[in-house]
Design a binder for this molecule. Structure first.
Ligand SMILES: [Zn+2]
Length: 110
């Protein structure tokens, strides 16, 4: 049983180290007017879609950067990798608690 946890722990640690390209933040999709008076966005209300990366810094501030369309898949993967990292940390926490309890019991200290 312990081997199973140790094996799973190693798998998670390996996966964790593969997620170094992660970014903590979220992609925000929105629309805007470009400012050109003759553009359809001004004359017809057909707005331009755009994507931003928003990151919280401190308690209430956000840093927002514009994401170029060709870069969006890279940012999307990085944001997804961060979410996966959080999942891994949760699972690792569960495993480590079990391992500590097991060790504690084996040492006979109750
Ligand atoms: Zn426009």
């Amino acid at each position: 049983m312990k081997e199973k946890y140790l094996q799973r722990k190693q798998e998670l640690v390996d996966e964790l180290s593969s997620l170094s390209g992660l970014i903590r933040g979220s992609l925000v999709h929105s629309q805007k007017q470009c400012g050109r008076e003759e553009c359809l966005c001004a004359t017809e209300g057909v707005l331009h879609p755009f994507t931003c990366l928003s990151r919280s810094v401190g308690t209430k501030k956000h840093k927002v950067i514009y994401v170029k369309p060709r870069e969006e898949p890279l940012y999307a993967k990085a944001v997804k990798d961060y979410a996966r990292m959080k999942e891994i940390i949760e699972e690792l926490s569960e495993i480590n608690i079990r391992l500590i309890r097991r060790q504690h019991r084996r040492n006979g200290s109750g």
